[in-house]
Design a protein around this ligand. Structure first.
Ligand code: HEM
Length: 463
């Protein structure tokens, strides 16, 4: 029965959107073509440039779209716009809305539907965000630096051991980029670290949830993984209620906000699942995109080796040039005007963050990857306005430590093939990135203080 309900939900939403996107693609709409063809996503940037007209908006695959830094920023900061959230299905024909009502809501909580923080407007948004923001402040993040460095070093030790078993070659995503953020966020929030591989598996299957126009089998897999995750969260939060620790989730379980009311059970599960999911599904891409950019730009890599104080800026330049979250959307809450263009209440606007980051009016020579670019930090990779990424400070710190530790430990690190890109539209990163580690310099030490030369020397040959 649930399978049938899921099929109806798919047909009324993604199925209907696929039909609309294909029709627009046939009519020559470039963004619709991009949405309809996963092969175009290997390198989306030339496509985005085709959308760059002087007008504030151009016709996108499903709604009007903006590639301009100022327009994106202004919409994201405007009170005239809100999250799409529960209104995702408002524009559907009446018959599809009826079908959806009959099928019932998606089981479990979803990161893109209320009460997820990123899917709601104030006052709910303010209430949810206030409860978790302290754990991600600049001060809280600074306190995590050392532990993050130790995690990076432990993972690099593991990578080295694995490479020794596989002729020097490893997958950077599976062995490092994916494990670092999930380990950090699990420790911060109080999720058992032994769950991290399971979380990654759920995360990989659930990541397309952000996209529109999914095929049926992806949609079904997304729904199933969200239900499995939700069931796990249910059990975990009950365990914390019985036996709370000192972590953020334990505090949330017992949290009482200023109005005297804590989070409802569903709000709690949605907040926990969003913060954990957002905490690892994006930063993995920052690390893999950063590594790929540095492979492609050896001169920039040399600059970082000569002047390591450039690493924080290099992370912002990675976020600018190849951001893990490529686009977002907003819905007009009332009739309004954006840069002189009328927008009707209920209309959706797509904000192409990845293209805004290459706006030539803001960034000189915008397609160049330049780790010493003075205004790299002006990107909108973390969005803008009230939904500005809650984990931005944590993501920047993790990205900096992960990339610096990796390239300093393995100065000869090089790609072994081009890897595989994720096929998602909104999230951009790698499914795999095979690399050859190369030799470790004699004086590199891990957090444990162990000499990496010793590590190699103690291992029997051939293991
Ligand atoms: C490089 C890594 C990351 C990128 C590129 C990224 C990007 C974003 C973006 C673009 C948004 C806003 C979406 C919108 O405006 O519609 C967002 C929101 C959010 N991010 Fe991140 N994120 C990253 C890492 C993290 C981390 C590490 C965490 C937490 C541990 C996190 C937690 C959140 C949360 C909770 C929100 C919702 C905030 C709100 O609605 O007020 N993110 N992120």
């Amino acid at each position: 029965m649930e399978e049938l309900r899921s099929a109806v939900r798919w047909a009324a939403t993604h199925g209907a959107m696929r039909v609309a996107i294909r029709a627009r693609a046939r009519a020559g709409n470039p963004d619709a073509r991009f949405l309809a063809d996963p092969d175009l996503r290997a390198d989306p940037y030339p496509h985005y440039e085709r959308l760059r007209t002087p007008d504030p908006f151009t016709a996108g695959g499903l709604a009007r779209i903006s590639v301009h830094h100022d327009v994106c920023n202004d919409v994201l900061r405007s009170e005239d716009f809100g999250q799409i959230g529960a209104a995702r299905t408002d524009g559907l024909p009446a018959v599809l809305r009826l079908a959806l009502r009959l099928a019932g809501p998606r089981p479990g909580v979803s990161p893109i539907e209320p009460p997820s923080m990123v899917a709601v407007d104030p006052p709910d948004h303010t209430r949810y965000r206030r409860l978790v923001s302290r754990a991600f402040s600049a001060r809280a993040v600074a306190a995590l630096r050392e532990r993050t460095r130790a995690i990076a070093d432990e993972l690099l030790d593991g990578l080295e051991r694995e490479a020794a078993l596989h002729g020097g070659q490893v997958d950077l995503v599976a062995g490092y980029a994916s494990l670092l953020p999930v380990t950090v966020v699990s420790e911060v929030l109080g999720v058992p670290v032994e769950m991290r591989r399971q979380f990654l598996a759920w995360g990989d299957r659930a990541a397309p949830v952000l996209d529109l126009g999914l095929d049926w089998s992806t949609h079904r897999d997304v729904e199933r993984s969200l239900v499995e995750l939700d069931t796990w969260w249910n059990g975990h939060l009950q365990r914390l209620r019985r036996d709370p620790g000192a972590d953020l989730l334990s505090r949330l379980v017992t949290a009482v906000d200023d109005d005297g009311g804590g989070l409802t059970e569903t709000e709690l599960r949605a907040t926990a699942a969003l913060v954990v999911g957002a905490g690892f599904e994006t930063t993995v891409n920052l690390i893999s995109n950063g590594a790929a950019l540095l492979f492609a730009h050896p001169a920039q890599r040399r600059l970082l080796a000569e002047d390591p104080s450039l690493w924080p800026n290099a992370v912002d330049e990675v976020l600018r040039v190849d951001p893990p979250v490529q686009r977002t959307a907003r819905r007009a809450r009332r009739d309004t005007t954006v840069h002189g263009v009328p927008v009707a209440e209920g209309e959706w606007l797509i904000l192409l963050l990845a293209a805004a980051n290459r706006d030539p009016r803001v960034f000189a020579d915008p397609h160049a990857f330049d780790v010493s670019r003075p205004n790299a930090r002006d990107h909108v990779a973390f969005s803008s306005g009230i939904h500005f990424c809650l984990g931005a400070a944590l993501a920047r710190m993790e990205g900096e430590i992960a990339l610096q530790a990796l390239f300093e430990r393995f100065p000869d690190l090089r790609p072994a093939g081009s890897g595989r890109r994720r096929r998602t539209v909104i999230l951009r990163g790698h499914e795999s990135l095979p690399v050859v580690l190369g030799a470790t310099p004699p004086l590199t030490r891990s957090a444990s203080g162990r000499h990496h030369g010793d590590h190699e020397a103690h291992r029997p040959p051939g293991t």
